[in-house]
Design a protein around this ligand. Sequence first.
Ligand SMILES: [Zn+2]
Length: 204
Amino acid sequence: MSLKNKHLQEVTLNLAHLRKVDFKSGQSFHSKGFLSFQDAPRLALEIQHKDPHFDILQKGLDWEVRTWIDEQADKTHEQRLSVHIKLSYPLECQRCLSLYEEAIDFSSQFLFKDTEDEVDNFPLENDHEDAILNSHQFDLIELFEDEVLLSLPLIPKHAIELCHPEVILVTGLGSPDDGFAQGADDSTSAKNPFLSLKKLKFDA
Ligand SMILES: [Zn+2]
């Protein structure tokens, strides 16, 4: 895969620009910046459910994007986007149930497609890149949010040396009829996808 455009244009994308990037212009560029969680509403919402005291104004994600065009053997062109994201994200440790910040650092690559059908038909088994719909007004913040949510660990856990589980939660020695735990769970079950795991432990 060759990087066709050697002279990438450096651009600054402010908050308004990030919501409507014109990838269809064909201009390849490089850009990076910081986005506070406050300005990524879906992340802010998730975070505030977990930790109402988390500073969503000061904390956020460092992002970097790059686009380029690859020429295929048949002389057609493919336009790609790479995204690199670094952040600390508050999660609930599933061993001790206390909050901690998970350091997350990942890169994703995307191939632009012109129609929804092409995106839908893109092979799922391609773990090297995903297809996305090209647009004159592409919402990069939405893409950042999707990628961050997908990158979260399914079963978040402290580093073992930082984890101090209560005996009852780890060994499952709590009484299965313990009504207190169930009542607490029911009130928040819609918000936290991990609560079903917690229940399993109590019910075991
Ligand atoms: Zn822990």
